[in-house]
Design a protein around this ligand. Structure first.
Ligand SMILES: *Cc1c(COP(=O)(O)O)cnc(C)c1O
Length: 392
């Protein structure tokens, strides 16, 4: 029988593509998929999206995202990783997994702002008790734990005011009362702080920062050691439909290859600049965990192996906001914008007293993200802006 000629639409949908034999290259292949194909009905029925033993549907991952998840687990010393469409989505994933109506959650007063905003929503719409605790509370958190407390968030350090908490103190107190500890570990990228060695149950990363490294991708991750916790996270992930795009996953995989080198370079340059700022008469405090001006410096020394590029300063209290705004506006190499961990240096002033339940320090807080430019150029930029600031 003569073979039928296929119609034009059929041949467009079924191009004659075959992966080339003997082709070998470094990059992880970008496997796009919504539909994943099964060889027969039996394999369709027996495969489970839950245990990631095989592929079932694009929302639950392809070889590209499984590769990234494996690498992120390895960096943190975890065993399981779930990707989310942003760092904030990863935070949401954790809170929605481990909290239900009537439960209580403790969030540090210095937490990433949108985590507190999510807390307000959990309170108003879902009947969850949300309380904000002083970030340096340490083992004293034991006194705040109630019978309905299910989850304690921590951030190490707070990404604006930079307090480094006593994670061991918090996690021992939490575990004594059967409460889970989730850490926003974005600042350390998992390089400078190994959460599971300090009692953390759930580590969350904004891959948007150092992992991507390009100021061009939004993604998040939740990493655990415990299979039961991971299964609960996976169920929420499925229910919320938190899929990620494989082109973005590829960009993060590419960023990861240079992450440690970049992180160390950010760290070196940031410490030079922080040291320079420390001796400036305009600056009253350098809130960099490696300086003893910074609350929790002793915990940073005890638990961390590095620092990255993000830190803040507090200007003298006799310098008004109009002047510090002029300072930020006068910077040329530093740009004004949120986020950090990319190659470009950024600077943002914060009205921190409006963000906190407790904040008693005077003076304007300004945050620096030190990029990968030459530190001499960054110092010269800050110096000229400090001069301009005086002219208004
Ligand atoms: C950026 C950031 C997030 C959120 O990440 P997005 O990808 O921007 O949603 C969460 N926590 C910290 C500490 C961050 O810096």
């Amino acid at each position: 029988m003569k073979e039928r000629n296929q119609g034009p639409n059929t041949s467009l949908v079924h191009p004659e593509y075959r992966a080339p034999d003997g082709f070998s290259a470094f990059p992880t292949a970008i496997h796009h998929a919504s539909t994943v194909l099964f060889k027969d009905v039996e394999s369709m029925r027996t495969r489970s999206w839950h245990n990631k033993s095989a592929y079932t549907y694009g929302l639950h991952g392809t070889p590209t995202s499984f590769t990234l998840e494996g690498q992120l687990s390895a960096i943190e010393g975890g065993r399981h990783c779930v990707l989310a469409p942003s760092g904030l989505a990863a935070i949401t994933l954790v809170s929605m997994t481990f909290l239900q109506t009537g439960d209580d959650v403790l969030i540090p007063d210095n937490a990433y702002g949108p985590n507190k905003e999510l807390g307000e929503w959990l309170k108003q719409n879902f009947g969850i008790h949300v309380r904000y605790y002083p970030p340096m509370i340490g083992a004293g958190i034991s006194n705040l734990i109630q019978a309905n407390t299910k989850l304690i968030w921590a951030e190490a350090p707070g990404s604006v005011s930079m307090e480094v908490p006593d994670i061991r103190g918090i996690s021992d107190a939490a575990h004594a009362k059967n409460v889970l500890v989730a850490l926003d570990n974005t600042w350390s990228a998992g390089i400078a702080f190994k959460p599971f060695e300090h009692g953390v149950d759930i580590s969350m990363q904004a891959l948007t920062k150092y992992q991507s490294g390009g100021s061009d991708v939004l993604m998040g991750a939740v990493i655990t050691r415990d299979t039961e916790l991971n299964n609960r996270i996976l169920t929420t992930h499925m229910r919320l439909g938190f899929g990620v795009g494989m082109d973005d996953v590829y960009l993060v995989l590419r960023g990861l290859q240079t992450m440690k080198l970049r992180f160390d370079a950010h760290d070196l340059s940031a410490r030079k600049i922080a040291a320079w700022l420390k001796q400036r008469p305009e600056i009253s405090k350098v809130l960099h965990p490696a300086w003893d001006d910074c609350p929790g410096h002793e915990f940073w020394k005890r638990d961390f192996t590095g620092a990255g590029g993000l830190f803040s300063v507090i200007f003298n209290e006799d310098i008004p906001e109009s002047m510090t705004d002029c300072f930020v506006n006068s910077l040329a190499v530093f740009k004004i914008g949120f986020s950090w961990g990319g190659t470009h240096s950024l600077c943002v002033p914060y009205r921190i007293e409006k963000m906190r339940e407790q904040w008693d320090q005077k003076g304007v807080l300004v945050r620096f993200n030190i990029g990968l430019e030459d530190s001499e150029d960054l110092i010269a930029d800050i110096e000229q802006a400090l001069v301009k600031m005086r002219t208004i």
